[in-house]
Design a protein around this ligand. Sequence first.
Ligand code: HAM
Length: 422
Amino acid sequence: MKFQTPTGMHDILEEDLVYFKKIQKACESIAGFYGFKEIQTPILEQTEIFEKGTGATSDIVQKEMYSLRTKGGDHLTLRPEGTPGVVRAYIQHGMQNAPKPVNMWYMGPFFRHERPQAGRYRQFNQFGFESLGVVSPIIDALIIQIFYVTLQSLGFKDLMVELNSIGCSQCRPYFKKSFNSYLRSHQSSLCADCKQRAKKNPLRIFDCKQEKCQSIKNGAPQVLDSLCKPCHEHFKAVLEFLDELDLPYSLNPYLVRGLDYYTRTVFEIMEQTKNGESQGSLVGGGRYDNLAKTLGGKDTPACGGAAGVERIVNLMKKRQKKAPTEGVCQVFLAQVGELGRKKSLKLLEDCRALKLNVGHALHKDSLSSQLRTADTHGCKYVMILGQKEALENKVIIREMETGKQKTVALDKAAKEIKKRIA
Ligand code: HAM
């Protein structure tokens, strides 16, 4: 075929969209409960907010951004992640002066020029929850809990939260110092990428998946051992809140996350798979107490996370053999003859007014073909508007399973169906 979707990008067809919508609904309901307001930021942002926010030494900024220069000379980038845009909006719209925390959530497409593989795409969707303005560790625990219950509400059972603290601008330099001296003695065994990382941002070495770097990572000093007292106490309190919530977590001293803005708590949530078919992390997040200031705002403690929608959908599809049936019509409207077809339009509108989900095939002539369609949709009732019924302003209501029929007045048909379904 001549034209195809760009590499790493996909059409989302109806059979998958039902999962996306289910996820959107779950987010809306959970966001409502926990007091998060929806925000939609532009797909394109000034390149600088990612360079400064996500971080100049992150893989995202170094290798993965789709950046362009507009005819007017602006440098823009297709958003590779949502947090810098949300923080930009927070500063731009005066939310710095609003009562704290300012809680926001979003869902939409993101773009990273990565090597496509299972669960890793160049265009993908995320939903994210961000809480700005509060330093208390209860916010970190609440953010983790929100993602955890969202996944649970989507049917996930075997979830694991991995957690670490990477300290703050006070204590991280001490860790970097001891890590650097450890790296100097192992320099020659690092992969080519990590040799570069060792020079520019050594913490990125912990993200490396190359075999030869694993043993170096395993023997490295741990950031948890270098935390200053306030960071140590913050992390301890986060763990106590998670214990209180009975949330299963494990400490991963090598979890540093690939974005530069994180401070203190970082976390990822994954599904524990028995057959090793991992999609990678479903959710990633953490605290980012310096990001607002970096982007020109006031000092604003903050914490948040984002989940990969496609990864979640892939797992939901594997587990659930049938797509969620929500929204499938229980009623079908079949019509026969010119007058039947004409009058079916008004009946369809009566049904819409009563919020009935009605299937139809108004273009079809044959009743048996329409009944077959009703059957494949799994409709419980069919309304039949034949030539004779149309002349008499009547409709036949047939119960598909039993074949029982009743003729009712055309203007009462929608109400009758509503009553039966209720
Ligand atoms: P992230 O870890 O880069 O964090 O992405 C979050 C989630 O998005 C990942 O756990 C994964 O499920 C999904 N994801 C990332 N890249 C891809 C890809 N190429 N294809 C498919 N799914 C992908 C962030 O984006 C941060 N903004 C999270 C955050 C919010 N931290 C604080 N607030």
